[in-house]
Design a protein around this ligand. Structure first.
Ligand code: HEM
Length: 478
């Protein structure tokens, strides 16, 4: 069966009965993935019950991402169990497009501006915490900061998504337990969730997060019904539901409602559980990717003081010399160099290496090969982002390529956030958030990196991290 499905593409010549390269998938190595991508535009492996085809080149990856008639997202094998099969991200075709339209309003410029004060508050609190860890707890010695960046990103996400509806203790528990969700996210898992395995712990953690978000949804509905100001994604969504409902009632009563009074997007009312499932997808999509990006960003800046100096200079100038000036959209949008640094970080170390899709009908991906129905097909982002024809000297971290170079002229290679109907809905938010974080850090903090032989090596843990977990020392800026 395996040999028949493999057809003409590159892959092992035989498959171990049942288990396949399961041991590799338990401990995925970047070098092994990279070798696989280099082995050909299409290659395959078989793990447990799944036949997996890897699409390595830019054009193969784009072909998959733009083929909604043949494929649908599966995130990773276990995702349906964690996020629940009824989750919107697994919707397909028109149902997906319609659902997504209802969420677009949560990521407009105006909406993103609304969330900034909460984000700034979290950064201030965590930067204090980083100082305490380095100076008091660690006595000025370097310590691995990757876990702290994960906690910071979880706190930023929770405050952005659900504001103050979530108590601090719940936020801390989610940050701690989210590690269990990430640990469960292997490309392919054992098909059944067995007690006390990684997927079992992951599912329990996801259920706890769903429960907390549902409580927040109930609280937001009560508060927003009083006409309160929207301060987080949840509030903006509930507000839009209330406005849509009010409009429908007026129409039902036969009132003449002018075009200006009609909400830009008419949406239905969502239950607390539906809202919580959607917020979980936001957390799920953002947590690992932004933790990865922020870890690399702090490391890369510490190793390249001349780049950090320029970020600092730009941030101070944007604040007219006063480092305490609050974040705003216009402030962020004006920062060309900081933006280039974030883009180059995402290119150099793309957090999401692969985007697994499920083949729903036999998919003729090339003239000589058709991916069989039921297989997983996995577009890859890394090779397109390290293509020397498009990004000269691709292993060199060079923000200038986004300013004086022609990197912006190749949008087809920019696969950091995917492409096609499922491209990342949070991409603007994510990039602005990373700009805000590194800009503020440059104003408030100094940090030094202890470079080890593992610092530039890539560890795959759902997304990617430096193998030594980024050993830093933070100190207060005078
Ligand atoms: C550096 C940070 C991030 C990276 C690198 C990233 C990357 C990606 C990628 C590669 C995809 C798959 C796209 C495709 O299938 O074509 C995706 C989808 C998605 N992302 Fe992001 N993402 C990031 C941050 C975020 C944030 C902060 C949010 C939410 C607030 C978010 C929400 C989503 C959602 C909901 C989807 C699925 C969209 C759909 O199926 O329609 N992401 N992201």
């Amino acid at each position: 069966m395996y040999i028949w499905r493999k057809g003409t593409i590159v892959g092992p010549t035989f498959k171990m009965p049942f288990i396949g390269p399961f041991l590799d998938s338990m401990d995925p190595k970047f070098e092994e993935y990279n070798a696989k991508w280099k082995s050909g535009p299409l290659s395959c492996v078989s793990v447990f019950h799944k036949f997996v085809v890897i699409a390595s080149t830019r054009d193969m990856a784009r072909k998959v991402l733009n083929a909604p008639a043949f494929v649908k997202p599966c995130v990773v094998d276990v995702a349906e169990k964690l996020l629940r099969p009824t989750n919107w991200v697994f919707l397909d075709g028109k149902a997906h497009v319609d659902y997504r339209k209802g969420l677009n309003g949560l990521f407009t410029r105006q909406a993103l501006e609304t969330y900034l004060p909460r984000q700034e508050e979290v950064y201030n609190a965590y930067f204090e915490k980083f100082l305490h860890i380095s100076q008091t707890q660690e006595g000025g010695r370097p310590a691995p900061f990757m876990p702290h960046f994960r906690e910071l990103m979880c706190a930023v996400s929770c405050r952005t998504f659900v504001g103050y509806y979530m108590p601090d203790e719940a936020m801390k528990k989610i940050a701690d337990d989210y590690y269990l969700i990430t640990a469960a996210l292997e490309l392919v898992n054992f098909p059944i969730i067995l007690p006390y395995t990684k997927t079992w712990y992951g599912k329990k953690a996801a259920d706890m997060v769903l429960d907390e978000f549902a409580k927040c949804a109930a609280k937001s509905k009560v508060r927003m019904a009083t006409g309160a100001e929207a301060i987080c994604i949840l509030d903006c969504w509930v507000k839009s539901m209330l406005e849509s409902e009010r409009y429908r009632q007026r129409i039902a009563k036969g009132e003449q409602v002018s075009a200006e009074e009609k909400p830009t997007m008419l949406i239905r009312e969502f239950t607390d559980f539906e809202i919580s499932q959607t917020l979980l997808t936001f957390l799920f999509a953002s947590q690992d990717a932004t933790s990865s990006a922020s870890t690399w960003l702090f490391q890369l800046m510490a190793d390249r003081p001349e780049v950090l100096d320029k970020v600092r200079e730009e941030n101070l100038a944007a604040r007219n010399g006063d480092k305490n000036v609050a974040l705003s959209m216009s402030l962020l949008e004006g920062m060309k160099y900081t933006r280039a640094v974030v883009k180059e970080t995402l290119r150099y170390r793309p957090p999401v290496l692969m985007v697994p899709y499920l083949v729903k009908k036999a998919f003729p991906i090339s003239d000589s090969y058709t991916v069989p129905k039921g297989a997983m097909v996995v577009p890859t982002t890394y090779p397109a982002l390290h293509d020397p024809d498009v990004y000269p000297n691709p292993e060199y971290f060079d923000p200038e390529r986004w300013i004086t170079g022609d990197a912006e002229m190749h949008p087809k290679n920019w696969l950091v956030f995917g492409t096609g109907p499922h491209y990342c809905i949070g991409q603007t938010y994510a990039q602005l958030n990373l700009m805000a974080m590194i800009g503020k850090a440059s104003m408030m903090l100094d940090w030094k990196h202890e470079v080890t032989p593992l610092s530039e090596e890539i560890k795959v843990f759902a997304t990617i991290f430096p193998k030594d977990d980024c050993r830093l020392v933070f100190s207060q800026r005078p």
